[in-house]
Design a protein around this ligand. Structure first.
Ligand SMILES: [Fe+2]
Ligand SMILES: [Fe+2]
Length: 234
């Protein structure tokens, strides 16, 4: 399967005719399109309406996860329903299968990496914050258990490894992802992982278990001289 992946569209109410050109050629070159979060800029239904217009007529399956920006207006459920109603498969701690390729996805969350992962210790506020990250990893793992496909693709918004954050300020790393996500994906031998969110990061990394990790933020790709979407084969 040829898979196109892009993140951080950040569609606004005035983005008509600016998103579709980013996907030029995608139908010819890919069998499926992944949107890895931050589909909208502030999570408004009007923004999703504009995005739907930009995606209209694209004749290939679309798999998406929401990003933090899609949660900004506390309308994530409504946005998900709107996307589902136009045929987009929105993964939220869930799985989908297309032609023997299994897709697992969730937004992910903050938390940090490896030995510097923030521990749920001390104030209640900090425990609540980091529990949200632990919960995302558990949801991802619970979803992975349900996948019984020869090939598996993971779709996240937050980064599962720090390698694809290279270029971001070090102080931001704990807010850009969590290695707990990578641990879950390594245990289930996923073929490839895509994420966005780190607009100033690097294109490619890998998990400790050797799974390739692609930062498909369109801003990162264009900055590195690539076209806005990434093409993968599984
Ligand atoms: Fe973003
Ligand atoms: Fe983001």
């Amino acid at each position: 399967m040829r898979i196109a992946a892009i993140a951080d569209l950040h569609c606004r109410v005035n983005s008509a005719n600016t998103i579709r050109p980013l996907l030029e050629g995608v139908e010819r070159e890919a069998d499926l399109l992944i949107l890895a979060g931050d589909l909208t800029d502030t999570g408004l239904q009007d923004e999703i309406n504009v995005l739907e217009g930009e995606l209209a007529g694209l004749d290939l399956p679309i798999v998406a996860v929401l990003g933090n920006h899609d949660h900004e207006s506390d309308q994530a459920d409504a946005l998900t329903n709107m996307l589902c109603s136009v045929g987009v498969t929105v993964l939220d701690g869930s799985v989908a299968e297309f032609d023997e390729v299994g897709f697992v996805g969730t937004k992910g969350f903050c938390g940090g990496f490896d030995d510097l992962f923030i521990h749920p210790f001390g104030e209640r506020a900090l425990k609540t914050f980091i529990q949200a990250s632990l919960d995302e990893a558990v949801r991802l793992e619970n979803a992975l258990v349900k996948l019984n496909c020869p090939h598996k693709v993971a779709v996240l918004h937050y980064a599962p490894v720090k390698e694809t954050l290279a270029g971001e300020p070090l102080e931001l790393y704990p807010f850009l992802g969590s290695s707990r996500l990578a641990n879950a994906l390594d245990r289930h031998k996923v073929d490839v992982i895509v994420h966005g969110h780190a607009h100033h990061g690097a294109l490619l990394g890998q998990t400790p278990g050797g799974i390739p990790v692609h930062n498909v933020s369109r801003f990162v790709r264009v900055r590195h001289g690539e076209r806005p979407f990434c093409l993968l084969e599984v």
